[in-house]
Structure formats: C-alpha cells, structure tokens
Design a protein around this ligand. Structure first.
Ligand code: PLP
Length: 284
C-alpha cells in the first residue's frame, strides 16, 4: 500500500509522524473518506470542498489548491494494486513544541497524510435484509458539522453498536434524532422521506446530500427538518447513509422491529435510483 505524507509517496508501513504532531496530542485536525469504484473517485470535488470548509472552520490554512488535491488523490489511487478503494485524507495543524493548546506561533506547516485501503462494502445481505441499530445520547460537542479527527464520542457510540451486535448507533440530542456515529439517518413515514436539516450539530454527509438531490430529482415526497425521537421510533423505514456503506436499511432499532421489520419499498426505490446514478457517473 502506497501512502502519502507531506509531499512524499512511500509504503504505508514506512510512514510515521512525530509525537508532537497536534493531531496526536490534541486531535487537532480534519479528515475525509472518499470511495473509489473501479478507480473512479466518487464525488471527489464535493469531498474536497467539504475538506476546504472543515479546514477554514478550524483555521488551518488549506495546504493545497483544489487542483493539487485532485492530482494528489488521482496519483495515489493510480498507485494502488486494487480497483475499489477508500481514500483517507487527513490534515492536522502540524508539529509544534512546546505542547500548548493555543495555535503554534509562528504557525507551522500542517501535516498532510493520505492513504488508500481496499473498499470494504457491507455484505449483500445487509442491503437485502437490513441491519440492526441502537440509540444513545449524543455526547459530542456543538460543531459536528466539522469533519474533525477528534472522534472520541463517535468511537464510544460506535462501540455500543458493536456490543449490541448492531451495525450503527443513532445519536439523540434533546429529543431529536441527529445522525449515526459514522453516518446520516433518514426515516420514512407514510411514504414521506424525512431527514434532519443540516446544522452545526451534524455532519452534512456527501451521501446525505446525494440522496436528497436524487429524491428531489425523482419528485419523492421529502421533508428536511427536525426528526423527533418519537418519529424515529414510529417510522415505517429507517436508513443510514455514508460514503463507505452507501444506503443501508435499518430493520431493528433497540431490539424492536422498524415498521414491519422488512426492508421497505421506498428504500428499494432509492437504492435503485442511487445505483443507476452511480453507474451513469462511472461510465462518463
Ligand atoms: N456523519 C458522521 C458523524 C460521519 O462520520 C459520516 C461519515 O463517516 C457521515 C455522517 C456520512 O458522511 P459521508 O456520506 O460524507 O460519508
């Protein structure tokens, strides 16, 4: 596996960063995960724009132009021996001494790290039979719109799913459904698709945006707004979306069936639309 660190390509297991990197000491950095199908990078510009926004929000100077990022990603993808990949990009505020919460002064170069893994999609039966999810209280901070590498609360939430043999943990805050530990959540009630509107409390997923775009294009009834915990528990269908899982149906929530416990018709319709869209962009 060939990876990238601060301008150099090298085998992943030969790379290391100094212990004084602020990513290591403070979780002071941001990241992206981008899926690659048959060496075609999916929604690259959307991911790079979100990366630029995350960097701006945490006041790390974007080390590269959009064109440089594109070239880096395409170069890295071309160097891998596998077709389907997930590209991980990370930028931290760099290496600084002494350890101090405040930004280093004078500012230091950010650390840029990127690598590719073989893309591990969920097994086919997860799409045809659905997965289980659990819920928990959202313990994260109030800027979850920033794709920050400090993911401790997400890590703890995800482990609750693993402990319950479920695929995802849905985060609840103030009686509202926010998102998954590493995904966005949609629900369907009486044929209408609902999702939380973007806010500082959730990450605007690239897949979330695409599902909304496709729902609008196909004139599916869609409401963006607060989704209460009660709506979630009474939903006919619940889905999760993310770059690594696309769209997955959730058929069990906290041990109880969602709707009739089967994968729903609106889910099947959206999955079909999504796959058709994906095939179209990949043929280009
Ligand atoms: N929300 C959180 C907290 C995430 O970590 C992720 C992605 O991993 C998502 C939502 C989904 O975002 P995307 O569709 O861009 O992968």
């Amino acid at each position: 596996l060939i990876a990238y660190l601060n301008g150099q390509f090298a085998p992943l297991d030969e790379l290391s960063v100094p212990v004084l990197d602020r990513g290591f000491l403070f979780g002071d950095g941001v990241y992206e995960m981008i899926p690659v199908y048959s060496r075609c990078v999916f929604r690259l510009d959307e991911h790079l724009q979100r990366l630029a926004r995350s960097l701006a929000q945490v006041e790390i100077t974007n080390p590269y132009t959009l064109a440089q990022w594109r070239a880096l990603v395409h170069d890295l993808v071309a160097r891998q021996p596998f077709e389907d990949q997930s590209v991980y990009l990370q930028v931290t505020r760099g290496v600084a001494y002494p350890r101090n919460h405040a930004f280093p002064k004078p500012i230091v170069l950010p650390t840029v790290f990127a690598f590719c893994d073989p893309l591990e999609m969920p097994p086919p039966q997860h799409y045809t039979q659905g997965v289980a999810a659990v819920t928990t209280r959202d313990l994260r901070w109030q800027r979850c719109d920033i794709k920050a590498i400090s993911l401790l609360a997400n890590v703890l939430a995800k482990q609750e799913a693993v402990n319950a043999q479920a695929a995802e943990t849905i985060l609840l805050r103030d009686g509202k459904m926010i998102e998954g530990a590493a995904s966005n959540i949609f629900i369907v009630q009486n044929g209408v698709l609902y999702a939380p509107q973007t806010s500082e409390l959730m990450l605007a997923g690239i897949t979330y945006d695409l599902v909304i775009e496709l729902a609008q294009l196909h004139e599916m009834p869609l409401v963006l707004g607060d989704v209460s915990e009660a709506m979630l528990r009474e939903a006919d269908e619940v889905w999760l979306t993310s770059s690594s899982k696309e769209i997955l149906p959730i058929v069990t929530l906290d041990g109880r069936s969602v709707g009739n416990g089967q994968v729903g018709p609106i889910y099947q319709q959206m999955l079909q639309i999504y796959q058709t869209y994906k095939a179209t962009v990949m043929r280009r």
